[in-house]
Design a protein around this ligand. Structure first.
Ligand SMILES: [Zn+2]
Length: 439
């Protein structure tokens, strides 16, 4: 979870929780974990045990096969500025593909002491679709609801339903409104995600409350490097740097990573022995505060695995440094994410091409088929809703997308290589897939 707080409120809330001997919810970052701690005081012991198990289970992964994850963006908007254009969504996808393949231009900014520990997850993110939903709903975070923003992920509540969460990484984008009590803002979240079910380095029961809520949620200000909407600094001075790395951070949680400071402050006091369950990330006792302080060293007396006292790794995507200063996953983090894709999230690696009709309501034909330069989609019954159609090649990569289709317009195939494809159509009422041969 990536959370922003006005400095004054942070101070106030910390004082409040210290008096009550509660973990400082707004100084830590995982509200779900806070709630677990609140309701299950023995959780800290379980937390430490699962970390130990996770450490013991870590083995070097020799297989560096590139993995591909199909992604659906749900843009749920009320005001026009929230309806981010395709150019911003595609830029966000590019940022993910750079950061998860260590192709980001700023890898050279990683300090020398950390360079031997840098790793590439070798994960490619493929755009499977963009759903746009105009809504009258507001999306206000509720820290007392395990889903945090359940209405964002339900079309019946003004949100957008997930595509099959076993096959797709769903990323929802909306205006995330702050958590307030009595008119006082207690937390502003830039994004959040759930780890998969049953991961040993997380406490139990922190996965998505329902499969349809699994995925990543982002505030619309933090998407892409080319986002036209400035993000105000909560201190009231200027704006925060946005480089599309809130998504990098949240997808890290989705693939099983924890914050590098081990969420100290949530489970008991901040302390240098709160591990994130990864061997090659240096210890830290608290988060970086959205800056680039290379002198920061919150655990000067702990050396492993570096063999020397090292500063906090503000370059790590799983800290809270300014997005200009983060540029790295470690090899251990990359390994854990790949093992999650091989394990609890292996449905994401399955090809999505299918000839199965998912929704009879959307039964359609493709004419002509085989086709050369264009096609027409004809639906068995006329639809009173716009349809989005994607052209997906045999490797599961989306090569073309048509949005807001109404009636039976001619869809161009100019530039599409010959071969076997799937046409995946999506509407509010459902989705369906058909084979298409391009000659
Ligand atoms: Zn986080």
């Amino acid at each position: 979870m990536k959370q922003l707080l006005p400095a004054a409120l942070l101070l106030c809330a910390c004082n409040l929780t210290a008096q009550n001997q509660l973990p400082p919810i707004v100084c830590g970052n995982s509200v779900l974990e806070y709630k677990m701690h609140e309701h299950f005081p023995e959780m800290e012991t379980a937390f430490r045990e699962t970390f130990d198990q996770a450490k013991a289970a870590q083995n070097p992964v020799a297989d560096r096969t590139p993995y591909t994850v199909n992604v659906v963006f749900h843009v749920v908007w009320k005001f026009p500025e929230e309806n981010l254009p395709d150019s911003v969504i595609l830029n966000q996808l590019q940022v993910l593909n750079e950061d998860y393949n260590r192709l980001n231009a700023d890898t050279g900014n990683l300090r020398a002491v950390f360079q031997p520990f840098a790793g590439s997850p070798n994960i490619q993110f493929n755009l499977a679709g963009i759903e746009r939903v105009q809504t009258n709903a507001d999306f206000t975070i509720n820290l007392f609801d395990p889903g945090i923003l359940p209405n964002l992920k339900s079309s019946a509540s003004g949100g957008s339903d997930a595509w099959d969460p076993n096959q797709y990484l769903n990323i929802w984008i909306c205006n995330i409104r702050p958590f307030t009590i009595g008119g006082v803002t207690l937390a502003q979240i830039l994004g959040f995600a759930f780890p998969p079910v049953g991961l040993s380095n997380w406490p139990p029961d922190v996965a998505a409350p329902t499969p349809g809520e699994d995925g990543v949620a982002l505030d619309y200000h933090v998407v892409g490097r080319n986002n036209p909407n400035p993000l105000d600094d909560p201190s009231g001075t200027g704006t925060l740097v946005v480089r599309g790395r809130t998504a990098t951070h949240e997808v890290g949680h989705y693939l099983g990573l924890r914050h590098i400071w081990g969420d100290g402050g949530v489970f008991g006091p901040n302390a240098c022995d709160q591990s994130d369950g990864i061997d090659d990330t240096p210890f830290a006792n608290s988060q970086t505060e959205f800056n680039c302080d290379i002198t920061r060293n919150t655990c000067p007396n702990i050396e492993p695995p570096y063999g020397a006292n090292v500063p906090d790794m503000i370059e790590n995507y799983m800290d809270y440094a300014s997005e200009d200063c983060m540029n790295t996953f470690t090899a251990g983090q990359a390994m854990l994410m790949r093992s999650v894709l091989e394990g609890p999230r292996n449905g994401l690696l399955q090809p999505i091409v299918s000839t199965q009709e998912i929704s009879p309501a959307l039964t359609f034909g493709i004419y002509p088929n085989p086709a050369t330069s264009s096609i027409v989609l004809r639906f068995e019954k006329s639809l009173d809703e716009p349809v989005q159609a994607s052209l997906i090649d045999a490797s599961g990569r989306m090569v073309k997308m048509w949005t807001n289709i109404t009636g039976s317009p001619e869809l161009s195939l100019v530039g599409v290589p010959t071969g076997l494809y799937a046409i995946h159509v999506v509407a509010q009422s459902g989705s369906a897939v058909k084979k298409l041969v391009v000659k």
